[in-house]
Design a binder for this molecule. Structure first.
Ligand SMILES: [Zn+2]
Length: 391
């Protein structure tokens, strides 16, 4: 059995389910036990490593290899958590090998990528190839929900006393593991989600003329948003790799009883950002638009999700270098844009060249019978190794 597959089987058999905001408990939730496995693994490998706890039971784990004379530091990032296992049709935590695939929760997203990175890091630690970059392995928590792990790491570089001993300053390049089928993701969209409120004046529904109906007001807001969304493609040309900027109203809630004129209504808006758009600026833009269309106040809450997009303006050289390595292992692949978000945009926000690259297909991520192709796992490990070894 190959080294990446052995590690992947271990990782799949240790649950690290992200509760995704639900009030649940049990040994399968949170990253604690996978974190413990990683710490033991790195201890055996005899390399410098550290654990930084972000919230109870939720830690980032970093390890580092320094190469004499290296001028560049490459960071490899993979997240420790998986999505929940509700409705799965296979045993989620019993890794099963069948027809060249490994089944189990996280096999594709993204314990496969993590296993490939760990296997590459292990080889680098043992072989120390001449010409190797400095390598930081960053195994982060909470990617699937609120990104506290990656935000803690990337925000730390602006702090006067950085909390990470092994990565106190910004690396030169970052490769983020997500299932890309060995293609390179050089751009992706971001998302801003927030709540909008309308207020009214409540009164008995038998005399509606004495009140102000917050639902009627929100109806006008929603129609204005539909119009705004329809105009977006003409006002903002689609990104060649990521497609168009979009807006969608996904939830509405208002009123308390049918016989009361409602004094409150709120909606939730999902705004997908293309590279170049500001994740907070889009709220101001929409607020200005509504102000110009409506004669009443609309309140905008601070966003509960503001995930930046990834542009391809910083990562050209990194992508080309990685593509040369990929080609040497599996033949040429593509540099692509995708609609989903990743940790890479957090690195890019810090001015770091960042791409997404890993084994597995996003089509199998989060599914009821999640699996990964084992051949891709081994290829990814070889590619991470050769890239860090100097190409
Ligand atoms: Zn993932």
């Amino acid at each position: 059995m190959s080294a990446p597959l052995t590690i992947l089987k271990d990782l799949v058999s240790i649950p690290s389910v992200n509760p995704m905001g639900r009030d649940v408990s049990g040994p399968e939730y949170f990253e604690t036990r996978v974190t413990e496995y990683l710490l033991q693994y790195l201890k055996r490998l005899d390399v410098p490593f550290e654990q930084v706890e972000i919230a109870p039971g939720r830690s980032n784990v970093l390890a580092r290899l320094d190469s004499p004379g290296a001028t560049k530091t490459v960071l490899l990032d993979a997240h420790q958590d998986t999505v929940p296992v509700d409705g799965m049709t296979i045993p989620p935590f019993e890794p099963v090998e069948q027809n060249g695939r490994l089944y189990g929760r996280g096999s594709c997203d993204v314990k496969g990528g993590m296993a490939a990175m760990l296997a590459a890091f292990t080889r680098l630690a043992k072989e120390r190839p001449a010409g190797m970059s400095n390598v930081v392995l960053s195994l982060t928590c909470d990617e699937e929900a609120t990104s506290i792990g990656i935000n803690h790491l990337t925000d730390s570089w602006s702090e006067p006393v950085p909390p990470y001993r092994l990565c106190p300053t910004r690396p030169d390049a970052a490769i983020v593991a997500e299932p890309t089928q060995l293609d390179i993701v050089v751009a992706h969209r971001g998302a801003t989600r927030w709540k909008l409120h309308t207020a009214g004046r409540a009164c008995h529904s038998s005399r509606p003329e004495e009140g102000i109906n917050a639902i009627y007001r929100m109806a006008k807001v929603v129609l204005a948003l539909e119009e705004f969304a329809a105009k977006l493609p003409t006002q903002r040309p689609a990104h060649p790799l990521c497609g168009p900027a979009t807006l969608s109203v996904g939830r509405i809630d208002g009123g308390s009883s049918v016989n009361i004129v409602p004094d409150h209504c709120h909606i939730e808006v999902d705004r997908r950002l293309i590279p170049g758009e500001d994740r907070f600026g889009v709220i101001d833009e929409l607020a200005d638009y509504l102000r110009s269309k409506l004669d009443f106040e609309v309140t905008h809450e601070a966003p509960y999700c503001a995930s930046p997009s990834l542009g391809d303006d910083l990562n050209g050289a990194l992508s080309e270098q990685l593509m040369r390595v990929i080609t040497s292992v599996v033949g040429p692949r593509k540099a692509v844009g995708v609609p989903y978000g990743t940790h890479a945009s957090r690195f890019a926000r810090e001015g770091i060249a960042a791409v997404v690259f890993g084994p597995g297909d996003i089509a199998q991520a989060h599914t009821k019978d999640e699996w990964i192709e084992i051949a891709q796992l081994d290829h990814a490990a070889e590619i991470y190794y050769r890239f860090c070894a100097g190409g």
